[in-house]
Design a protein around this ligand. Sequence first.
Ligand code: IDP
Ligand code: MG
Length: 167
Amino acid sequence: MVQQTLVLVKPDGLVRSLTGNILSRLSESKLEIVAAKMSRVSREMAEAHYMHLEHKPFYPELIQYLQGELHDRRKVMALIYWGEDAIAKVRQIAGETNPEEASPTSIRGSFGRIRSSGLFENVIHASSSEEEAEREIKLWFEPDEIIVELYPTRREVIKELKVRQWA
Ligand code: IDP
Ligand code: MG
């Protein structure tokens, strides 16, 4: 089944210069990258992304983590991978959530660690189901930032829209 999945290189991945390595590992999947960008992460974005974990004891620190406050690197790299069984393939290469339990050859097993607070600092995010992928892709990307048609869109005329242009 052709699927799409959201990947985030989290701030620890960026601050440790792991982007190239992570993209190399993910390229083994033979999936196609159909969108990519650097993104600042507001508190609202971080909370929306992890809304399903709101009740967890590690949630406040997780929000700080995604915002880059734990690594002084306030951004993430967001990508969409697209192709046959994309969700399972990317999760496989990413490895288990807990880096100590992740396969040593996976991204999280190679580069993740557990903070002294207990938070799993695990280098990347990867969507875990089609429903989650759809919600997350629509949260992180606008339709025109993606080079294929993933979900239905509608056209709207927005009057007096103020946009920033090159001077
Ligand atoms: P996932 O990233 O493998 O999909 P989720 O359960 O969605 O795992 O959790 C989101 C993130 O929250 C994880 O990537 C990890 O950074 C952190 N996390 C999840 N479970 C725990 C835990 O039990 N202890 C500490 N941190 C956790
Ligand atoms: Mg998850």
